[in-house]
Unconditional design. Structure first.
Ligand code: CTP
Ligand code: MN
Ligand code: MN
Ligand code: MN
Length: 385
């Protein structure tokens, strides 16, 4: 080794979309507690606070080493006073009292359980909490009025809170591919969301579908859904039509972060084979029952419920849709913030608008979008902010 080697300073960029964030990093012992506080802030609808904790955590995920002392953090962006206090406590004591009391709190646990029901958001969960409800079982016992999504969510609660494996995602990919190819030959289907970023498990499986012939993809979703329903593969589905086509202002900036693609939030019935559900998972329609109670589990029924999101995009918007649906959610948020604050541009899952030039910037690939934004290209596997 050279005599006077200096540790090079780490240059940590401010926006998560300027950095590479791998899936596996060195500081989970800090990021997980910070993300508990972020989640708790979401439960109290304190978005600003939640984002602050998530940004802090994301910076630590991008560090190439384990944090051991506070002075290693002094040149890092995004670390607010509160986050630093939590980090300091963990470095000194091994845990943070605030995080641990949050984890143990009745409110946090109830909100976690209630928002864990598919179809239940923070608002509804909070109302139920204030009415004294604590768990999905309480919803049944007190005879709460539930919409169709929530009914499916309660019915398949355990399955939907069991992480989806990559293997299961691959089986579902095959099914979705068969469905789409059957109703629109030549269509293109890609896996998006966490699995595209290299995650080993997910809370759902996300797909984006398009067709090289612009317009061929219109009203595609009902056909896909019909095909899947005929095969008995769906336990639940809610299709939303493309509101982008119909908006009279054309492709102006969508009002919120929600995009307007034709989409389907669904629950698949994934058939699992008898002997080894780990190595031989297969989906089919043999089982016609629609409950996933324990009785059935033990009486030889071999399927489980899996959340699947399907999105259809016109070919001209496919690059934007791909970027927008690959995540992570924080990475997406940071991309939009970068576009707006640093570039005077407006990015959505449909388009990129340049306010200075007053025109839309076209793109045929994610690489081109990063280039338009003046950003170094970050591949999906390093968007795990
Ligand atoms: N997304 C979106 N609009 C929604 C829901 C999701 O644009 N109404 C985008 C998110 O911004 C994210 C991607 O779709 O980029 C995937 O979202 P989601 O499935 O919730 O998260 P994942 O990153 O896939 O994580 P998980 O493994 O938990 O599913
Ligand atoms: Mn590393
Ligand atoms: Mn997902
Ligand atoms: Mn999803």
């Amino acid at each position: 080794p050279k005599p006077c080697e200096v540790t090079p300073a780490i240059i940590m960029k401010t926006y998560a979309c300027q950095r590479r964030t791998p899936l596996k990093h060195h500081n989970s012992f800090l990021t997980e507690p910070l993300e508990i506080l972020a989640e708790n802030a979401e439960f109290s609808e304190n978005e600003g606070r939640s984002i602050a904790f998530r940004r802090s955590a994301a910076v630590l995920k991008a560090l190439p080493h384990v944090v051991r002392a506070m002075d290693e953090l002094k040149d890092l962006p995004c670390l607010g006073e509160h986050s630093l206090r939590v980090i300091k406590e963990i470095l000194e004591d091994g845990t943070s009292s605030e995080v641990e009391s949050t984890r143990q709190s009745e409110q946090f646990q109830a909100m976690k359980a209630l928002t864990g029901v598919f179809g239940v958001g923070v608002r509804t969960a909070d109302r139920w909490f204030r009415e004294g409800l604590r768990s999905p079982l309480d919803l049944i016992h007190t005879g709460q009025k539930l919409n169709h999504a929530q009914q499916a969510g309660v019915q398949h609660y355990n399955d939907l809170n069991t992480p989806v494996t990559k293997k299961e995602a691959m089986v579902i990919s095959d099914i979705v591919e068969r469905a789409v190819k059957a109703v629109l030959p030549g269509a293109i289907i890609i896996l998006t969301g966490g699995f595209r970023r290299g995650k080993e498990v997910g809370h759902d499986v996300d797909f984006l579908i398009t067709h090289p012939e612009e317009g061929a993809e219109e009203r595609l979703m009902p056909k896909i859904v019909n095909w899947l329903e005929e095969q008995g593969l769906l336990l639940y589905q809610k299709t939303t039509r493309n509101s982008y086509l119909e908006s009279k202002d054309g492709p102006a900036r969508p009002p919120s972060n929600m995009d307007r693609f034709e989409r389907c939030f669904s629950i698949f019935k994934l058939e699992q084979s008898k002997m080894d559900s780990d190595t031989q998972v297969e989906a089919s329609s043999y089982n016609s029952s629609t409950t996933d109670g324990p009785e059935e589990r033990h009486s030889g029924s071999r399927w489980r419920a899996v959340r699947v999101d399907l999105v259809v995009s016109p070919y001209s918007q496919f690059a934007f849709a791909t970027l927008g649906w690959t995540g992570s959610k924080l990475f997406e948020r940071e991309l939009r913030r970068w576009a707006g604050q640093e570039k005077g541009m407006s990015l959505s899952s449909h388009a990129l608008y340049d306010s200075k030039q007053q025109r839309y910037l076209q793109a045929n690939s994610e690489e081109e979008i990063f280039a338009h934004l003046g950003l170094e290209y970050i591949p999906p596997s390093e968007r795990n902010a």
